[in-house]
Design a protein around this ligand. Sequence first.
Ligand code: NAD
Ligand code: IPM
Ligand code: MN
Length: 355
Amino acid sequence: MDIMVLPGDGIGPEIMRSALRILEIMRSNFNVKIESQVYDNINARNIASGKVTLDYVLDEARKYRAILKGPMGDPNIRTKEGVEAGLDIILGLRFNLDLYANVRPIKLLPGVQSPLRDYGDGSKTIDYVLIRENSEGLYSSHFGGLILRDDVAIDIQTITRKGTERIVRFAFELARRSKGNAYGEKVVTCVDKSNVLKSFYFFRKVFTEVARNYSDVKYNFMYADAMAQFMILHPEMLNIVVTENMFGDILSELAAATVGGVGLAWSGNIGDDRAMFEPVHGSAPDIAGKGIANPTAMIMATSMMLDWLGYSREAKIIEDAILDALRSGVRTPDIGGKVTTEEFTNEIINRVLRR
Ligand code: NAD
Ligand code: IPM
Ligand code: MN
């Protein structure tokens, strides 16, 4: 089977090299039958110049069940409306392929110190999943939105019954299969601002209707602002968090910081029959070209993809190799170490090969 590979911009190609080396090992030394089709041409510059169009990307993407994506975007390359050029592709893929569940595991990995005082090094754990609705919400305005007479700018938030029902069901199904929070409680937390906006009241109302079908899973509610605090003060109490697209974007990055930063935060954009896997972080222009990017998120995204494609044993081998390397103190500069992207990758590969 073929997968589509999008190395992206900035550190994207550097960390994708790590992921592709590991995939190559999985092909040659294990029984993973996946061929990577690499699209180097899909990057912010070519999108801005019109060399690459969203239609082309979607036509290509529809040939595959799975996409492995590096970070894309360059803050200096923008469309004439002012937003970033690369983002049409990211959001275009998520929206047009209907990859409605953006699954973002928030897990404090061994050997990583959380900036939160009581977490890490064998004390309290952080291990939950943030599910970000990925097909509507405020972001659905990206392909619309308008600026009037250089005076007024308008973006509209869309919340539908269908979109809410399916993401909430996804969250409850995941909770049902999970081991729960630190107290073994399976609980889905609905995050909104239903105190202020009608669209969020509707989100919460539909959430409650769906929740009735899952009597084995608890649920609760939190306003998004309160959740930002809760994620810092009591992350061990979280199990599955479900929220609107834009809140999910912001809260997932806050959550990533609690487990050592975005270099350690990976994600899957999951649809009913297709999916795209990528790091939560961006193209990190400040460190691009230096060879020091942390490839963990990219490699964990690769592992998540293998798992989704049915290679759960191989996915686990990769994950275990990463956990073991981190536990042994192999760390890139973003998490207080000195190893390069390549050295880190070599350490993972050595561990995979020892299996
Ligand atoms: P960023 O995530 O690229 O960088 C924020 C900070 O985190 C920087 O200091 C960076 O060096 C650091 N960082 C990020 N990933 C790292 C890694 N793997 N290892 C070590 N350090 C890492 O966020 P930004 O600067 O706001 O965005 C840069 C570009 O990326 C923008 O064009 C943005 O639109 C784009 N972006 C793309 C995606 C995506 O493709 N899904 C996600 C987020 C941002
Ligand atoms: C993410 C990114 C994207 C988002 C951007 C780059 C479109 O920040 O995947 O979290 O806002 O969803
Ligand atoms: Mn983001």
